[in-house]
Design a binder for this molecule. Structure first.
Ligand SMILES: Cc1cc2nc3c(=O)[nH]c(=O)nc-3n(C[C@H](O)[C@H](O)[C@H](O)COP(=O)(O)O)c2cc1C
Length: 338
């Protein structure tokens, strides 16, 4: 980088409280999941990727992005191609009260790539910069602006150069932070996330808040990523699916305390809370579909995990779901588990 850097946009000061956050997870990190995570220690959350055109069209797509007062601080993550549409989408999210805007340059989904969105933009650094600039200009200093990237499109030297061009564009434009997933777009979710890449990046760009993503499956991994890579914060993604206690445990570990064991009562409490929040935000039918998925993921912590998995996999109505909850997690129990 040449010349003095422009001042950073508002910082992600929420990470001063705890250096990790609920990552964006399509199909999971909705308002209900985010609130359950916050109540257990997540200091900051990112939405699922929201398509610029859907937000700009208004109506139900925009209504679905409305925020609950408990759901702060939160980043609205936008994905798209056209810089003007991305800027308008960011403006709409600011209008809904989002505390930060996160630009997705990481999504590997083919449909997205076909439209030159998400991770595909890493192959067109000029187009990626245009998107980053348009969003920065629109948001001004009104909120933090961040970007989510993968370490490249593939393992070629050309792709590595492309990554650095896009990354440095975010830096030059004064972005508040960048989250880097240490896998390539081609890798999708296979093979390891390169923490060595993250370490190299924090050394090359000291002073710029880099947030790390990839292979964080336990509270211990949060501490390990902080120590081994020097990142400013850790994105907790798959490690939080069906496991919102990871945030409480990460706080305990960072305070130097052993993580307290997870009780069956705590598991019931989390399931009940997310069920009630999902009904409030999504309505009965969609809440039922979502909570079947969530309970299946959470069942691995049950002392009889296999039985709990099968029970939730078999439910098809909300009444059946509640009956399975009652049977597997009897009210008033506080048995240490998992
Ligand atoms: C089911 C699923 C959905 C995801 N959706 C998003 C998304 O909407 N936005 C985003 O930035 N990342 C998304 N990611 C990527 C994660 O945030 C994270 O970067 C990735 O899973 C690597 O971290 P992990 O190995 O610790 O899970 C998604 C990942 C998964 C598995």
């Amino acid at each position: 980088m040449t010349g003095p850097a422009p001042p950073l946009l508002p910082a992600l000061r929420w990470l001063d409280e705890a250096p990790f956050f609920q990552a964006g997870l399509q199909g999971y990190s909705d308002a209900a999941m985010r609130i359950v995570a916050r109540r257990r220690g997540a200091p900051y959350c990112v939405t699922e990727s929201l398509i610029d055109e859907v937000l700009v069209r208004g109506g139900k797509g925009l209504e679905a992005a409305a925020l609950d007062p408990e759901d702060h601080p939160v980043a609205g993550q936008v994905i798209g191609t056209d810089p003007r549409a991305m800027a308008r989408a960011a403006r709409l999210l600011l209008g809904l009260g989002y505390d930060a805007i996160d630009v997705n340059l990481a999504c590997p989904v083919k449909k997205m790539r076909g439209l030159c969105r998400g991770g595909h933009l890493l192959t067109s650094p000029g187009a990626a910069r245009d998107v980053l600039e348009a969003v920065r200009d629109e948001v001004g200093g009104a909120a933090a602006v961040t970007v989510k990237l993968r370490r490249g499109y593939d393992d070629s030297a050309e792709s590595a150069a492309g990554f650095h061009r896009v990354f440095e564009a975010a830096l030059d434009l004064g972005y508040s932070a960048a989250t880097v997933h240490g896998r390539t777009v081609e890798q999708r979710y296979e093979g390891p996330s390169s923490w060595a890449f993250l370490l190299d990046l924090t050394r090359r760009y000291p002073g710029f808040p880099i947030l790390g993503s990839g292979d964080v499956f336990s509270a211990e991994d949060v501490l390990r990523m902080l120590r081994e890579t020097g990142v400013r914060g850790v994105a907790i993604a798959r490690g939080s699916i069906g496991n919102p206690w990871i945030f409480r445990q990460a706080r305990q570990i960072l305070r130097g305390e052993p993580p307290s064991p997870l009780t069956l009562a705590e598991q019931r409490q989390a399931l009940e809370e997310q069920f009630a929040l999902s009904v409030r935000f999504l309505g009965e039918a969609a809440a039922g579909r979502q909570m079947r998925k969530v309970a299946i993921k959470m069942s691995r912590h049950h002392p009889r995990a296999e039985e709990a998995f099968r029970a939730f996999a078999a439910v098809s109505t909300n009444a059946e779901w509640l009956a399975a909850l009652e049977r597997l997690y009897p009210a008033g129990l506080a048995v240490a588990a998992g």
